[in-house]
Design a protein around this ligand. Structure first.
Ligand code: MTE
Length: 335
């Protein structure tokens, strides 16, 4: 398969990561390894400090090198520091300002959790909290995340391919789309209880993909980042990551995945259909009605390699893996 063969556009972590950050992170992982099974129990979302090394599956997958898919130059690949990744967030269920989710989501309790896969499937599947981390072998993926607001990050995720969970459920021939739903729990999510705090969104937050997009090997379900379980503000315990699409497609804290005959409604498209499409593929040639999408502000450490304003790449640089999905489609119309 194309993406498993290392070709020039696939850089290893050493190629793409600012060296000091790389070594820093390796030592963090090592420390986590020493924590081993004595780590905290995964009873709360603040088990973000729980390491993955008490899970045999994760341990096995961490021994394999992380996978990085890239067409972008190496200086556009520097990892975004963890502190930025976990404090600059969009998670409107916990407030629409960037710093609110990190503050307001700390008590978010994600265990127990139930993720259900249903709809046009032969085999309905229900995964509880522990199964999210043990049902599938975990791997690390370093992906760029490009927000529709024109900022971007490079994040080392931990998780598994979305296609794995779909295959387990055995979609019927009727399954053409995949719909995703975030938890609805206004007692825990203040933005769902307070319309102003929640940015006027009608909850639960919902998203969707065409089934061939969902089955593309790049589509990823993340349960961790930077070697730890996901912090609540980043979508604990499980969130979607679709790196060639604007960030709003990467729905957080998922409780439902449904395979459907028809295209499902999606949150931002319902809110402002002329601004946010169903496809939402990163496209520097199609501007948002209120701002340009030709470039983006890359959130990095600064310093020698810093290039904060960079050109945006078609499909966020993943065209080789995904452009074929849209052959013959007018991407101005299907934005
Ligand atoms: N998922 C839910 N449920 N609610 C949200 O508000 N925001 C989206 C996406 N997933 C959002 C969501 C947007 S706009 C972006 S850019 C990414 O999450 C941000 O992910 P991050 O905070 O981990 O960087």
């Amino acid at each position: 398969m194309l993406i498993k063969n290392k070709s020039p556009h696939e850089l290893s972590e050493n190629d793409v990561t600012d060296e000091s950050i790389y070594h820093d992170r390796r030592s963090i992982l090592k420390k986590l390894g020493f924590l081993g099974a004595s780590a905290l129990l995964p009873s709360q979302a603040n088990a973000q400090f729980l390491d993955f090394f008490d899970k045999e599956e994760a341990q096995a997958s961490f021994k394999t090198s992380p996978l990085t898919y890239s067409a972008a130059p190496a200086d556009q690949q520097i990892l975004t520091p963890e502190t930025k990744v976990i404090t600059h967030n969009n998670f409107y269920e916990f407030g629409s300002k960037k710093d609110q989710p990190a503050k307001l989501a700390q008590q978010f309790n994600v265990n127990p959790w139930t993720l259900k896969i249903s709809g046009e499937v032969e085999q309905e599947i229900t995964l509880d909290y522990d199964k999210l981390f043990s049902q599938f072998a975990l791997q690390e993926r370093i992906y760029r995340l490009r927000c529709v607001e024109a900022w971007s990050m490079v994040i080392p995720w931990i998780g598994f391919e979305l296609s794995k969970i779909i295959a387990l459920a055995k979609p019927t021939s009727q399954a053409k789309y995949v719909a995703f739903e975030t938890l609805f729990d206004p007692e825990q999510m203040p933005g769902q209880a307070n319309r102003r705090l929640g940015g006027g969104i009608k909850y639960p937050y919902v998203e969707g993909l065409r089934i061939d997009e969902a089955e593309n090997p790049l589509s990823f379900l993340a349960v961790g980042l930077y070697g730890k379980t996901l912090p609540p503000q980043n979508g604990a315990p499980i969130r979607l990551v679709v790196p060639w699409k604007y960030g709003f497609k990467s729905i957080k804290s998922i409780v439902g995945i449904r395979l459907l005959k028809n295209k499902p409604p999606t949150t931002w498209n319902k809110l402002a259909p002329n601004e946010y499409g169903f496809y939402a593929n990163v496209n520097p040639e199609v501007d948002h009605p209120r701002w340009s999408q030709a470039s983006e502000r890359r959130i990095t450490t600064g310093g020698l390699f810093a290039r904060n304003r960079i050109d945006t790449l078609p499909f966020n640089g993943y065209g080789e893996q995904v452009a074929h999905l849209y052959k013959g489609m007018n991407l101005r119309k299907h934005y």
